[in-house]
Write a protein that binds this ligand. Structure first.
Ligand SMILES: CC(C)(COP(=O)(O)OP(=O)(O)OC[C@H]1O[C@@H](n2cnc3c(N)ncnc32)[C@H](O)[C@@H]1OP(=O)(O)O)[C@@H](O)C(=O)NCCC(=O)NCCS
Length: 204
């Protein structure tokens, strides 16, 4: 088992309007709202609470918050924030996405990633996806693995663009719809795991 990232970790996106931090129990309502608009079968509150508990020390959930810029911000940024306010139910720094992953031995397992509809196609999914990849690199993991619904083209495009490749199919994996799961994997470069292959490079 690999340790969780420091509770004090915080990343400010270069655009200075998105901040990433570990999820707290207070974030649960907002996460549940994002779940309900993002997945056919949303996770329950108990499932998220288990992820946050000491029962799952390998689990990491990081949330992305939209934060206001200063008065000198460009018009385009102000426009973005007015959209975020609508999306965030009036909350000052609403959670606009999250990523949930497990660090177990030499593997990172990406369990879930979601962005609120009003913030999609702005690069936030890619920023969130960088977190399990970076954590895996820091922990010297061999690869990052995930399952994605066969019909979820946006997510598959996102993963492909970050260097993930399909490795197998799990037939009728999702019990709610009977949909197949595509298993996708990104091999991480490491001195312990052989040479980095061109396939692992970003931007595919
Ligand atoms: C999948 C998801 C997280 C992507 O988040 P996002 O913030 O829109 O992603 P990004 O803006 O960072 O997009 C990165 C790349 O992914 C691909 N992509 C994302 N959405 C796409 C779409 N609707 N159609 C085609 N490609 C898409 C593109 O290659 C995109 O790069 P580009 O914008 O330069 O073309 C988001 O659509 C979502 O929350 N979906 C619902 C939950 C879900 O299905 N999660 C995945 C479970 S396996």
């Amino acid at each position: 088992m690999v340790r969780r990232p420091s509770e004090t970790f915080q990343l400010v996106h270069p655009l200075q309007d998105v901040v990433l931090s570990p999820m707290n129990r207070e974030d649960l309502d907002r996460i549940m709202a994002i779940e309900s608009v993002s997945f056919p079968t949303p996770w329950s509150r108990d499932m998220f609470l288990a992820e946050l508990s000491s029962e799952h020390p390998w689990a990491v959930i990081e949330v992305a918050r939209a934060v206001r810029g200063d008065a000198a911000d460009s018009q385009s940024r102000k426009r973005r924030f007015s959209e975020v306010d609508l999306d965030g139910d009036g909350v000052d720094s609403p959670i606009i996405g999250y990523v949930d992953y497990w660090l177990v031995y030499d593997e990172v397992h990406l369990l879930s990633i979601a962005v609120v509809p009003g913030w999609r196609r702005r690069g936030l999914g890619r920023i969130l996806l960088e977190r399990p990849i970076s954590a895996g690199l820091m922990a010297d993991c061999a690869h990052v693995v995930l399952e994605v619904r066969r019909g979820n083209a946006p997510a598959q495009r996102l993963y492909e663009s970050a260097g993930f490749r399909p490795v197998s199919v799990r037939q009728r994996y999702y019990s709610d719809t009977g949909e197949d799961a595509i298993v996708m994997m990104k091999t991480l470069p490491s001195s312990d795991h052989g040479e980095e292959s061109a396939e692992n490079e970003r931007g595919g």
